[in-house]
Design a protein around this ligand. Structure first.
Ligand SMILES: C[S@@+](CC[C@H](N)C(=O)[O-])C[C@H]1O[C@@H](n2cnc3c(N)ncnc32)[C@H](O)[C@@H]1O
Length: 249
């Protein structure tokens, strides 16, 4: 798990420990049952205060303030715990990347696919690699438009990979792989495409420079490589804006 989720977990944990370490002995001493609604509201308030003092972004403050009160409210619904386990497992199977590398699943839009289609044409790219290929909704239409060119997708979230496997069936020019993008060689691809998050960009650019052949193109949807000027930027006509930052290796 990367630094941000661990920090947020520690922050919420600190609020829980602080409130419980005072409330438990207090109510124990008074021989009273713990008032869980008030306790969860207090934990929420303390977590919100710590998040504000440590200057977390506003959405983290919201999550910290609301988390424990929502846990209490959900508890009142008396739902069988098995459903939570099932929900957790399903989320893990789809959003594994969010937990391990701060890269969740969201898909490139059709306008971006069209822009990549034109890029493949102008660059005369014979081989295109999508790092973190999601459900294949970028690669499948491109592979259909360019049957004589090679397309490769790498995905490491199990359920997402399976969805992409099914959607990409019957396309001999599309190699759909199960794997970690960090263990995937970028050698031999004319265009390497990534739609990930700000978190891995610096490390990924180092990998691209080491492994991609000179003159090939590393394309990042929406997220710049920090401190590196792109060779050119494609403004995709869509809302919200999703520029393609193109870096020549
Ligand atoms: C934002 S989605 C982009 C999906 C697709 N490329 C598209 O443009 O529609 C990012 C994908 O990367 C996957 N991913 C995250 N970390 C990965 C890793 N280390 N190795 C392989 N895939 C990863 C996620 O599971 C997710 O499906």
């Amino acid at each position: 798990m990367s630094a941000t989720p661990i920090r947020q977990l520690a922050l919420q944990g600190a609020a829980v420990i602080l409130v419980l370490s005072l409330a438990w002995p207090y109510y124990g001493w008074q021989a009273q049952a713990m008032p869980w609604l008030q306790t969860s509201l207090t934990i929420g308030a303390v977590a919100l205060a710590i998040a504000t003092l440590s200057r977390q972004p506003w959405w983290w403050r919201l999550i910290h303030g609301g988390f424990m009160p929502l846990v209490w409210a959900t508890q009142q619904l008396a739902i069988d715990p098995g459903w939570f386990l099932l929900g957790f497992i399903l989320l893990l199977l789809v959003y594994r990347g969010a937990l391990s590398g701060q890269v969740p699943l969201y898909l490139s839009n059709p306008q971006t696919v069209d822009a990549l289609d034109r890029l493949i044409e102008t660059q005369e790219a014979g081989s295109f690699l999508d790092l973190g290929a999601g459900l294949g909704s970028t690669l499948v239409p491109l592979a259909d438009r360019w049957p004589e060119r090679r397309f490769t997708g790498v995905e490491n979230a199990p359920l997402t990979w399976l969805g992409g496997r099914l959607l990409s069936l019957g396309r001999p020019n599309l190699d759909w792989r199960w794997g970690d993008l960090w263990q995937t060689s970028l050698t031999g691809h004319d265009i390497v495409y990534a739609f990930l998050s700000p978190a891995p960009m610096a490390r990924l650019w180092e990998k691209a420079q080491r492994e991609m052949p000179p003159g090939s193109l590393f394309v990042s949807n929406s997220f710049r490589v920090p401190d590196i000027e792109p060779s050119f930027v494609i403004d995709v006509p869509c809302q919200p804006p999703r520029p393609l930052y193109c870096y020549r290796t």
